[in-house]
Design a protein around this ligand. Structure first.
Ligand code: TYD
Length: 201
């Protein structure tokens, strides 16, 4: 049986990376094979593109195309083969991040993004997308405490407000696969929520 595809989304500082081990553990206790991966990245080529994407200034559409080039490779080399052998795949970001950051944040056309989405993904969509939602203030505070910021993390509050709005709009358009989790809650509460959400799929 095909495995399930779970993606984690949210602004920088929303805390999604903190919750990946919890989700992995919930699934492993159920005896499932779990593969954790990330975007941009997840393959050797994808990780090289990630370095460029996080540090090299470029046109917003170049940024979009490189995100999707990395994604094409990720789907072919990692995601589809794992799902086919029955593994569950957890990806730290996927296409919803492109809608949020490149369309919402950078102003790239939604129509162009939809063309890339159907070209690169064909019929592949996440079975579940966990959107960790926090206010721009919380995100900014957490980022200030973090290490050296990358090209995205250095952006201003307006950029992050647009990203948050674009994520929430995308969740509204796809209510069947999105679960919005208030990322400002204590970690213990979020763990309980994750147990409930994951056991329902
Ligand atoms: P992130 O998950 O925040 O990595 P880390 O936790 O190591 O900082 O992802 C890196 C950045 O890439 C993040 O700022 C969002 C950006 N990004 C896009 O702009 N578009 C995309 O399609 C993806 C997948 C990521």
């Amino acid at each position: 049986m095909r495995g399930k595809f779970i993606t984690l989304e949210g602004m920088d500082g929303a805390g999604k990376s903190t919750h990946i081990p919890t989700i992995t553990q919930i699934l492993q206790v159920r005896g499932l094979e779990v593969l954790v991966t990330r975007e941009p990245g997840g393959t050797e080529l994808g990780e090289r593109l990630r370095e460029l994407l996080l540090h090299q200034p470029m046109h917003p559409e170049t940024e979009t195309l490189l995100m999707f080039a990395a994604r094409r490779e990720h789907i072919a080399q990692v995601i589809r083969p794992a799902l086919m052998r029955g593994a569950w795949v957890i990806s730290d970001r996927f296409t919803d991040a492109s809608f949020a950051y490149q369309c919402g944040g950078r102003g790239v056309s939604y129509d162009k993004m939809r063309v890339l989405e159907s070209w690169v993904q064909e019929d592949l969509q996440p079975d579940l997308t966990l959107l960790f939602d926090v206010s721009v203030e919380v995100s900014t505070q957490r980022l200030a405490a973090a290490r050296d910021p990358d090209r995205f993390e250095r952006e201003n509050a307006d950029f992050f407000s647009r990203i948050r709005a674009a994520y929430l709009a995308r969740a509204n358009e796809n209510p069947h696969r999105f679960r919005i989790i208030d990322g400002s809650q204590p970690i213990k509460i979020i763990k309980q929520l994750l147990e409930e959400v994951i056991s329902s799929i």
